[in-house]
Design a protein around this ligand. Structure first.
Ligand code: HEM
Length: 400
């Protein structure tokens, strides 16, 4: 059984905090999960990267919190009307390039979301460098979608390591050449890493930028795939969203996506509740921490689960029902810490606002400019194994 589903079952019998196995504590109470995670990351230093470890290029006392603050500012700049219109254009081109022929629509949604994000993390990459980063991103997503422990051949492992090494080299080169002014760069996340380069040293800045590259190979794609599947399966909601989105010009949509499309926003909040990614996260205790009757020692693991919280009848009425109307202002009464699609504050998602804007843009494109023709025998359904992902979801995307 997948870990998330196993946890949901065990909570019913063992309560909200219990040892999952030796050296690993499961913390599935909203308030306790928040507190423990805050305590665990209080004042934690930013990783110095490999170079920083050997050459001590990082200034002492730089916290990961300070790194996050700089990266968050860069995300804000990517979530402005002009930047979102550019994202809209790039996603439309990505859809067009994948339209016309039958395809796995889950993978289609993943790529349409993840690929354009590469250019928001690092702008102006030469084709060979961009292709290497895209290959690394695809490989990471495919691995995340594998259920069960991956059985990787030696050749595949070697190929993966070689690609990771290549991407590491590209990230360091981008930062080095942009510092020297011999490589152009615009409004992107790399600019944030450059701002941090003096404090973090080259290794720490590369680590920060690589964290962002890894993050875009995580949630944005699978969540977009689940949203597309829900749109296809729920005709009533598809009609409501189309009515709202058809009336919105691109400019109006991109100027304030969540305000311009409140019904779509509600739908997305519910997708994020039901199909959160990842379903479970693992942490290392950075210090000794007391958790009720339990004690976490430094170096031990603890696990948190957005999936367990989002599917708990203790915090949601009819938790397993897909119901965007639960997000109507009059109905929304959410227990603090029970809705965590972007994780827990200390390590929460830096790209949350951009991620939601992108999902709204994707819904707009798929409902107002393109149609989906499902393959004849397809009855798509979202399955939760290692992660939540639509299965049996083949069809063609056609320009309207
Ligand atoms: C709907 C889209 C997205 C979802 C659902 C999502 C979800 C998450 C979650 C749950 C975490 C925390 C994981 C943990 O606690 O270990 C996270 C972390 C992160 N996300 Fe996102 N994410 C999305 C989009 C993005 C985008 C577009 C970016 C970048 C522009 C981004 C950048 C990051 C970064 C850098 C972290 C690591 C933060 C840290 O380690 O302090 N995310 N994301």
């Amino acid at each position: 059984m997948a870990l998330a589903a196993d946890i949901v079952e065990r909570i019913k019998k063992e309560g909200e905090i219990f040892p999952l196995w030796e050296g690993a504590l499961g913390i599935f109470n909203p308030g306790v999960a928040m507190q423990v995670d805050i305590e665990n990351f209080k004042g934690v230093a930013a990783p110095a990267g490999l170079a920083g470890f050997f050459w001590r290029t990082q200034k002492p006392g730089v916290t990961w919190e300070a790194v996050r603050a700089v990266l968050l500012e860069r995300v804000k700049a990517l979530n402005t009307p002009g930047a979102l219109e550019a994202l809209y254009g790039d996603m439309r081109s990505e859809i067009r390039s994948r339209s016309g022929c039958e395809t796995d629509l889950a993978w289609f949604a993943i790529m349409v979301s993840a690929q354009p994000l590469i250019d928001r993390v690092i702008t102006g990459l030469p084709p060979a460098e961009r292709a290497a980063i895209a290959a690394d991103l695809e490989m990471r997503i495919r691995r995340a979608l594998e259920s069960g422990p991956a059985r990787e051949s030696n050749f595949a492992l070697l190929r993966r390591r070689a690609l990771e090494f290549r991407v590491g080299g590209i990230v360091r080169r981008v930062l080095r050449e942009r510092t020297r002014g011999i490589r152009p760069g615009e409004n992107d996340m790399a600019a944030g890493a450059l701002e941090l380069r003096e404090a973090l040293g080259p290794g720490g800045a590369a680590y920060a930028l690589t964290t962002v590259l890894h993050a875009i190979s995580g949630a944005p794609g699978p969540v977009a795939a689940c949203m597309l599947c829900e749109l296809i399966n729920r005709r009533d909601w598809r009609r409501k969203l189309r009515l709202e989105l058809d009336a919105l010009e691109t400019g109006a949509l991109c100027s304030a996506p969540t305000q311009a499309a409140p019904v779509t926003h509600r739908f997305i909040k519910e997708v994020l509740r039901k199909w959160s990614f990842p379903p479970v996260v693992r942490r290392f205790a950075n210090r000794d921490i007391s958790v009720g009757d339990y004690r976490l020692s430094k170096g031990e693991n603890y696990y948190l689960s957005m999936c367990a919280l989002h599917h708990s009848d203790a915090y949601w009425t009819d938790a397993d029902r897909f119901d965007p109307d639960r997000w109507l202002e009059s109905a929304a009464d959410i227990r603090p810490g029970a809705y965590v699609p972007f994780g827990w504050r200390a390590r929460s998602c830096i790209g949350a606002t951009l991620g939601v804007s992108q999902l709204i843009i994707f819904a707009h494109l798929m409902l107002t400019q393109f149609d989906i023709r499902l393959a004849g025998d397809c009855a798509p359904e979202i399955e939760l194994s290692a992660v939540a992902i639509p299965k049996n979801f083949n069809g063609a995307v056609l320009q309207r």
